[in-house]
Design a protein around this ligand. Structure first.
Ligand SMILES: CC(C)(COP(=O)(O)OP(=O)(O)OC[C@H]1O[C@@H](n2cnc3c(N)ncnc32)[C@H](O)[C@@H]1OP(=O)(O)O)[C@@H](O)C(=O)NCCC(=O)NCCS
Length: 165
């Protein structure tokens, strides 16, 4: 049975994060970009460890009461084991934010299914958000922490947004 744990990421973890980032992304973040996330005080960065191997990560920026999920990735060999879900669940429990926001490429069905499984809600879209790739549009998703009453409120807000288009 696998022993799973979550840790705060530090600079020495870069040498493991970078190969994962290059493995999972067509336009991988640069070393400097990831290093910046690990150094900045307004970032919360978590890694997930399977047995003794760091196999995935989550990078989050926090400002005011909002957490922006900047990047999440799991090594392809460790997919569909609930690891990304565990990372996000951990973040939502630990990070002091009233809401979590993220952009996801419209055709990223795996990530969209992941966020949907955690009750993230669609709140908008950003045309040509990505500079590279066949699909450049992003969906904007949000998770409001706290009681389930929030989700009704989210639904109403989404309705308003749709009415404006
Ligand atoms: C998206 C990603 C992080 C998911 O990681 P993961 O550890 O495999 O996801 P989990 O095992 O925690 O999945 C949890 C749930 O999400 C959904 N899900 C995840 N991957 C899925 C897929 N490929 N197809 C359909 N549903 C999927 C399922 O509901 C899954 O639960 P289940 O396995 O019980 O059905 C991973 O595919 C990845 O690293 N992708 C490349 C990087 C990326 O796209 N990041 C997102 C940027 S916005």
């Amino acid at each position: 049975m696998k022993n799973i744990s979550i840790k705060d990421l530090t600079i020495p973890d870069l040498e493991i994060l970078l190969p994962i980032e290059r493995q999972v992304s067509d336009s991988p973040w640069t070393e400097n970009l990831i290093k910046g996330c690990l150094e900045k005080p307004n970032y919360y960065n978590y890694g997930i460890i399977s047995n003794s191997d760091l196999v995935g990560y989550l990078l989050c920026q926090v400002g005011a009461d909002e957490c922006h999920i900047m990047n999440i990735a799991i090594d392809t060999r460790y997919r569909r084991q609930g690891l990304a879900k565990q990372l996000l669940t951990h973040a939502v429990q630990i990070i002091p934010a009233a809401q979590f926001i993220l952009e996801v490429r419209r055709d990223n069905t795996a990530a969209i299914a992941l966020y949907a499984s955690l009750d993230f809600q669609l709140i908008g879209e950003r045309k040509n958000y990505y500079r590279q790739g066949a699909e450049r549009d992003a969906l904007v998703l949000r998770f409001i922490t706290g009681c389930s009453d929030n989700f009704d409120e989210q639904g109403q807000q989404r309705q308003k947004l749709e009415n404006m288009q």
